[in-house]
Ligand binder design. Structure first.
Ligand code: IPM
Ligand code: MG
Length: 369
């Protein structure tokens, strides 16, 4: 399999974690005899500094011409005072839209070895396995009109939440299709007791559900969902929600996993898939080799699954992540004082790469018997 991947390290810990994800992909390439080509480009604050804009044309063109995009993180405190359209984040939002990546898949899994890293009781989180399906190109993030204005002599600002039937329908289908391969349950999250967009959302999702008679559908208001997620995470299978609610709830899900550093995401639906860890640029630990690369590596596994259709390779990378955690290796975000070894970002990446080779070897040995 030949694959052209545009790598966008971005800001803060982005370059550190992305390097480890690329390392693991190189290992997969060698072991399974694939040919992956990596092309590194600028995005975010790094691009603002070097090219004057958060998404240079050269970056966008490279992304559009590749099979997949692997991104680290965007955002830097030095740009905090800029208006939204000039911030590093604007580059990412424009890229998502240009790629047509409307479906954001965010698995939140409680790995057995680190279940005790959650501030929630182990018996509450252990066994949790949730897939967030977040609509990524609509809602408040992209709704027009938006802007700053003046009202009665005072400064004001406004945004627009809007959704079309077609936008809700296509993301709902992604969620129901995903549920078919899982535990056949979709929880659709909205605020239909207050918002018109949510009433439309609920109506469309209910209609789409008729095409999936084997999947159970429940509707939850977003405030109640936020509570149930930490009260009883195991009751969730697929959580389907609009852009901003999904942004908020998927960070909350980090509490279930034990660290934001573990969470991966895939943004698909367009020609080119975009893969990025859920965590941000974490400027406080950038450049210190402390960042957890597992979210970025798990995002690379999603790239193998969704763009390359290399399911076995994806499963092996995921098994390798589990194996490294099972063996007791931890980055500082996962340390509870009893870790066997506190690994640097680079060491963690190398451990996963080694484990991928071992997992693949073991599978071959098993099949040979
Ligand atoms: C995420 C991030 C982004 C978002 C930011 C960086 C624009 O928080 O991917 O969850 O809000 O979508
Ligand atoms: Mg977010």
């Amino acid at each position: 399999m030949r694959l052209k991947v545009t790598v966008l390290p971005g800001d803060g810990i982005g370059p550190e974690v992305t390097a480890e994800a690329v390392r693991v992909l190189h290992t997969v390439e060698e072991i399974y005899g694939h040919s992956f080509e990596f092309d590194e480009r600028l995005i975010g604050g790094a691009a603002i500094k070097q090219a004057g804009t958060s998404l240079p044309t050269a970056t966008l063109d490279a992304c559009l011409e590749s099979d997949a995009v692997l991104l680290g993180a965007v955002g830097a405190p030095e740009h905090d005072d800029l208006p939204p359209e000039r911030r590093p984040e604007a580059g990412l939002l424009t890229l998502r839209r240009a790629l047509g990546a409307y479906a954001n898949l965010r698995p939140a899994i409680s790995y057995r070895a680190v279940a005790d890293c959650s501030p929630l009781r182990t018996e509450v989180v252990s066994g949790s396995d949730i897939l967030f399906v977040r609509e990524l190109l609509g809602g408040l993030y992209f709704g027009e009109p938006r802007g700053f204005t003046r009202e009665g002599g005072a400064s004001a600002a406004f945004n627009t939440m809007r959704y079309t039937v077609a936008e809700v329908e296509r993301i709902a289908r992604v969620a129901f299709d995903a549920a078919l391969g899982r535990r056949s349950k979709v929880t659709s999250v909205d605020k239909a007791n207050v918002l018109e967009t949510s009433q439309l959302w609920r109506e469309v999702v209910t209609r789409v559900a008729l095409d999936y008679p084997s999947v159970a559908l429940e509707h939850l208001y977003v405030d109640a969902c936020a509570m149930h997620l930490v009260m009883n995470p195991r009751k969730f299978d697929v959580v389907l929600t609009e852009n901003l609610f999904g942004d908020i709830l998927s960070d909350e899900a980090a509490v279930i996993a034990g660290s934001l550093g573990l969470l991966a995401s895939a943004s698909i639906g367009g020609e080119v898939g975009l893969y990025e860890p859920v965590h941000g640029s974490a400027p406080d630990i950038a450049g210190r080799a402390q960042a957890n690369p597992l979210g970025a590596i798990a995002s690379a596994a999603l790239l193998l699954r969704h763009t390359a259709q290399l399911e076995q390779e994806a499963l092996d990378v995921e098994a390798a992540i589990r194996a490294v955690l099972d063996a007791g290796y931890r980055t500082p975000d996962l340390d509870r004082g009893q870790s066997k070894y506190i690994a640097t970002t680079h060491e963690m990446g190398a451990l996963v790469a080694e484990a991928v080779a071992e997992v693949a070897d073991m599978r071959h040995a098993y099949h040979a018997v």
